[in-house]
Design a binder for this molecule. Structure first.
Ligand SMILES: Cc1cc2nc3c(=O)[nH]c(=O)nc-3n(C[C@H](O)[C@H](O)[C@H](O)COP(=O)(O)OP(=O)(O)OC[C@H]3O[C@@H](n4cnc5c(N)ncnc54)[C@H](O)[C@@H]3O)c2cc1C
Length: 575
């Protein structure tokens, strides 16, 4: 089958903070270039940046510093961060927040003296989270989308990228293959530079926070393209996922970090506060520590009616809570909970992938012409992402990628002929469920994926469980390949896209399980009950994983302490 073909100088996959910032920066740097944003949903209406509640970490206050933000990021990341990437994050976040306010038109909350209000987030030594109430992402994405709409930037909405296509020599990117979801047609977009910004998203776990359009497609495509992925075992669980029963999709959605930052308490089924027993910082410990403590309490059996725990804010004063967390109070009320004055049932929920494609500080990857930014990119956060560093990461590196792609497309980038065999093979893979195989209920396969990832590759792991998971994931992949869709219609066939989502999720789940099996210590978000020690920080290693054929190879590599080594600090005047 020969797909419809389009040409664009710069192709951006995804329209979150990373994709939209990349489009704006590329356009500013080189307005003469053609730029196309291709997105699975509608521009401005999809992805997780829009869902950002709490806010954006940036060192703005006189008493704060980028060094301090950097040290919090490195220590929070269990010393596994790529320090050059983390440095870029904290320094360029200052520029991006100014750009968001002064050029792009965002309004953030302010103090009475007119300075930007910055609130407390867990795991930080300074209150540096900029926000717009507790619905910060809507403000950021709406303003970014308006600016993209106002410029000569093309859009391919409801276009799902299904494969990165190399040139015929296999040594550079030629473009990407899409399914136009509205018609079911295949479209090949040829480009000089391609940005992978599809935003990760660990939606393979029973409880998860990301938007429904996120199914790790970008990481699955990167794996098939043979790119190295780092830190894939590092999956962040947000401690306070709403738990409102199986009848509602609200279960798993996040109640923001600022609730714990403001002094919220976590209680077990006996309504006793337990966090001080696990960490002196109590509920303000980093997410990995709080989520693990919660999972341990749940396993002890003292739970809320739906099998989770409670979040309590009432001691802070109902009026204050209502004023400070209006969106959260309303969300809880929708599910029958009184956040301001009562108790809310919560459970840890899969939130973010620290792991992703290995990349350089200019967002280049091992494949010439392919760039990566945002949650698809690995290495910035190490073993644990600080709340508030996610949207900073996507906007900072989106902008870097936009600048770098414009420079590349002007000087080195070329339109390359795609590998026709690779295009044919990718289309055949997508056509597989129209082949008339078994008609198993796809919900059963999804439930099995949720179950195995939650129980064996979740907050607590061990060798036996990981082996069970690897076998089950392999079996699920085989069963998905044999699955047959009930309808042959291509246009808006959401069952087909569900199948494609599950294929991506199983591929990336296998990578998570393989990296988790290779990492024989416990660090940050990764906890092995058979290897509970974190190991010497000076000998920190990270995992680097590649797919070769149907096999996954995991290498363990030393972390380079490019700016600061364990035991040292960049802060002056530290006693
Ligand atoms: C509920 C929630 C609350 C959060 N709150 C905070 C917070 O307070 N502070 C913070 O720092 N971080 C927060 N985060 C994390 C933050 O949202 C992410 O780190 C960040 O927004 C990721 O940006 P991104 O551009 O990489 O991805 P996204 O914003 O998710 O964008 C990904 C884009 O890729 C598109 N896409 C996906 N697959 C394909 C495909 N196959 N083809 C084409 N397009 C595709 C999607 O439709 C979407 O447009 C939160 C996340 C969630 C889920």
């Amino acid at each position: 089958m020969v797909p419809k073909t389009l040409d664009t100088d710069i192709l951006i996959l995804g329209a979150g903070g990373a994709g939209l910032f990349a489009a704006l920066h590329a356009h500013k740097a080189a307005p003469e270039l053609s730029i196309t944003v291709a997105v699975k949903g509608l521009l401005g209406k999809c992805g997780c940046t829009r869902m950002v509640q709490g806010g954006y970490n940036v060192a703005l206050a006189r008493e704060d510093s980028v060094e301090r933000h950097f040290m919090d990021t490195i220590e929070g990341g269990g010393w596994l961060c790529d320090q050059e990437l983390a440095w870029k994050l904290v320094t360029l976040a200052v520029e991006r927040i100014r750009e968001l306010e002064n050029e792009l038109g965002c309004f953030f909350d302010r103090n009475p003296d007119g300075t930007i209000h910055q609130k407390a987030f867990a795991g930080q030594t300074f209150d540096r989270t900029v926000h717009k109430g507790d619905l910060t992402g809507i403000e950021i994405i709406n303003r970014l989308a308006e600016q993209v709409w106002a410029r000569d930037i093309s859009r391919l909405e409801e276009h799902r990228a299904v494969e990165l296509i190399k040139d015929s020599s296999g040594s550079a990117i030629a473009g990407a293959l899409f399914i136009d979801m509205r018609t079911g047609e295949y479209v090949f977009v040829r480009a000089k530079a391609v940005l992978l910004a599809t935003g990760g998203g660990p939606t393979m776990y029973r409880y998860h926070t990301p938007s429904g359009d996120k199914s790790c497609d970008g990481l699955a495509m990167a794996l098939r393209a043979g790119l190295p992925l780092r830190d894939m075992e590092m999956v962040q669980f947000h401690p306070t996922g709403l738990l409102a029963g199986t009848h509602t999709r609200m279960t798993g959605t996040v109640l923001e970090e600022g609730l714990r930052g403001a002094g919220g308490h976590l209680l077990n089924g006996a309504r006793e506060r337990f966090m001080p027993r696990y960490d002196p910082k109590g509920e303000r410990a980093t997410r990995d520590i709080v989520a693990r403590a919660m999972f341990s309490e749940i396993r002890k059996g003292s739970t809320s009616p739906h099998g989770g725990l409670y979040l309590s804010m009432a001691h802070l004063g109902a009026i204050e809570v209502r004023n400070q967390f209006k969106g959260m109070v309303e969300r809880c009320a929708d599910c029958g909970f009184d956040l301001a004055g009562g108790l809310v049932e919560v459970v840890p929920t899969a939130h973010y992938l620290m792991g992703g494609v290995e990349f350089a500080p200019d967002c280049t990857t091992a494949l010439p012409g392919l760039f990566v930014a945002g949650e698809d990119a690995g290495g910035v956060h190490g073993a644990n992402r600080l709340g508030g560093n996610g949207v900073a990461n996507s906007t900072v590196f989106g902008a870097v990628a936009g600048d770098a792609m414009a420079a590349w497309a002007k000087v080195e980038g070329k339109f390359l002929e795609p590998d026709r065999n690779a295009l044919d093979a990718a289309i055949s893979e997508c056509e597989r469920p129209f082949g008339g195989g078994s008609q198993e209920n796809i919900e059963t396969l999804r439930e099995r994926l949720y179950e195995v990832m939650w129980e064996q590759v979740g907050i607590l792991r061990d060798a036996g469980g990981l082996e069970v998971a690897r076998n089950e994931l392999q079996a699920l992949d085989v069963e998905l390949d044999a699955y047959s869709l009930p309808h042959a219609e291509r246009a808006f066939n959401l069952a087909w896209h569900d199948w494609l989502n599950l294929k991506s999720l199983v591929a990336v789940s296998r990578a998570i399980a393989a990296a988790a099996a290779a990492r024989r210590d416990s660090r940050g978000a990764h906890f092995r009950s058979d290897f509970p020690e974190s190991g010497a920080l000076e000998q920190s290693v990270f995992t680097s994983l590649r797919s070769t054929g149907n096999q996954l190879q995991v290498f363990v590599k030393p972390v380079v302490f490019a700016r600061v080594a364990p035991g040292q600090t960049l802060l002056r005047n530290v006693a």
